[in-house]
Design a protein around this ligand. Structure first.
Ligand code: ATP
Length: 217
């Protein structure tokens, strides 16, 4: 995120890509304005939260008019640094990793998996969805050459920490951790942890114990 943009709460920041994707679709269908109720229905965030989120970056919707789609889009583009392409490395080309390589992230934003790494001899040297799989021995060299700042971890959990240490040493600033391992990183590195099993379990728990409108935002 660039330094000259407003500091917004982290919960709001996490919702920005969601808003951004929907607004881009609106924009390409030629829509000039959108109400918080329409947005709310589309992104499934309640409209009071949307109004609060948008107020942080000075987008005050007008009653009966809504929000200006162009204004919002240019704000999001700046805030999310979407004008700049972020090259991402994927580490661990197993089932999950392979699915990510085949998924075209560029469809929705300017984030692109540029390289992948693995240790398995049958994977190293292959190309999946246009992306070459390199050996882990070459990780530091390739990451520097390709100017990689973000990595996705889809390796077995027991290898996650040592790989993370290596990534931090070559200045990778963001790690999206899909392994169940809890990672220790230097203060300059940010980890977002996505544990699919835990998310699923938590969803089932919520379904059993709460009704949807009791849920906190
Ligand atoms: P997934 O968990 O993605 O479904 P999987 O069950 O196919 O994967 P895992 O055993 O979880 O396979 O391993 C994921 C991938 O990580 C494999 O391709 C494996 O070769 C690779 N891998 C294992 N150890 C390392 C390591 N130290 N560094 C990089 N990659 C590794």
């Amino acid at each position: 995120m660039s330094n000259d943009t407003v500091k917004i709460p982290q919960a709001t920041a996490k919702r920005l890509p969601l808003y951004y994707r929907f607004l881009k679709n609106l924009h390409s269908s030629g829509k000039q304005r959108v109400s918080s109720a329409e947005l709310s229905e589309a992104v499934k965030v309640d409209s009071a939260t949307i109004r609060r989120d948008f107020s942080y970056f000075g987008a005050l919707g007008k009653k009966g008019y809504g929000y200006n789609v162009n204004y919002l889009l240019s704000f999001f583009r700046k805030t999310l640094d979407q004008d700049e392409l972020t090259n991402v490395a994927l580490i661990g080309v197993g089932n999950l990793g392979t699915a990510f390589l085949n998924y075209n992230f560029l469809k929705n934003n300017n984030t692109k998996i540029a390289v992948a790494f693995d240790v398995a001899e049958d994977k190293v040297g292959t190309t999946i969805g246009d992306i070459t799989v390199f050996h882990m021995d070459d990780m530091e060299k390739v990451i520097k050459e390709e100017n990689i700042t973000v990595a996705i971890l889809t390796v077995p959990a027991q290898f996650a920490q040592s790989i993370t240490d290596r990534l931090a040493k070559v200045d990778v600033k963001g790690i999206l951790n899909f392994t169940p391992a809890r990672l220790t990183v230097p203060p300059t590195t940010r980890v977002h942890h996505i544990d699919l099993a835990v998310e699923l379990q938590s969803l089932v728990y919520f379904l059993k114990h709460y009704t949807v409108d009791e849920e906190e935002v």
